[in-house]
Design a protein around this ligand. Structure first.
Ligand code: SAH
Length: 215
């Protein structure tokens, strides 16, 4: 990925310093964020704001997640042991996908809005990230054909945790997911232990809703 968007390296380094200050500790995650050109995952009209620690619009009423949240979720996903196969629900811009693909061997990503998926697919190919499989589908159902997964990350919030996602976790697999209504969402980490699922609260968050059906 060297050479792409290098003009922004200094601004990316400032973002990484800020994430460190906000409590992100995992250097694997910080290094990847430092190397990933977030400005390529949005319209040029707003790309001057790409290295602010804020969510930004990507069209279709959706947003590219705030870098702190991307870092926090990724950190939670890879803590303890590095998962080999990860399912992402909500490809959106593809930025979180790009971060995952630099850390994880096999990434599977599902998006319900076709134009967003196709744009993300092109951007990720331009960055030579080849270890990603894409599905235009409803992530409420996960992606059973490719499962099971060592970890699942969901980047839009359902009211309750979809049971199909729990079913597609390997034993000891980990799900990182925001849940709840707009205005009072919790970011949860769920760890599978046989048929038992242990939940931990990671943060209070604000995500776009997970919606049913495809567009
Ligand atoms: N990680 C993305 C976040 C995009 S916002 C990024 O940083 O760009 C959340 C995304 O989830 C949106 O693109 C939205 O269309 C998608 N989404 C919402 N409900 C979904 C569902 N049921 N299945 C798949 N994707 C969904």
């Amino acid at each position: 990925m060297d050479g792409i968007g290098m003009t922004s390296q200094r601004t990316r380094d400032r973002l990484v310093e800020r994430l460190r200050y906000e409590g992100i500790k995992d250097n694997r995650v910080l290094d990847v964020i430092s190397n990933t050109p977030r400005h390529l995952f949005m319209d040029e009209a707003i790309s001057s704001r790409a290295y602010e620690d804020t969510a930004l619009p990507i069209g279709h009423g959706q947003t590219i997640s705030q870098p702190y949240i991307v870092a926090r979720m990724t950190e939670a996903l890879i803590a303890d042991s590095l998962p080999g196969r990860v399912l992402e629900v909500g490809t959106g811009s593809g930025y979180q996908t790009a971060v995952l693909a630099q850390l994880i061997e096999n990434v599977y990503t599902v998006e319900r809005i076709s134009p967003l998926l196709e744009q993300a697919r092109k951007r990720l190919a331009l960055l030579n990230l080849c270890n990603i499989e894409f599905l235009h589908g409803d992530g409420y159902a996960g992606w059973a054909e490719q499962g099971s997964y060592d970890a699942i990350i969901v980047t839009a919030a359902p009211l309750d945790i979809p049971s199909s996602l729990l079913e597609q976790l390997t034993d000891n697999g980990k799900l990182v997911i925001p849940t709840g209504p707009a205005g009072s969402q919790q970011l949860l980490q769920v760890v599978r232990d046989g048929d038992t699922f242990h939940k931990h609260l990671l943060d209070r968050v604000s995500f776009v809703p997970l919606k049913e059906g495809i567009l």
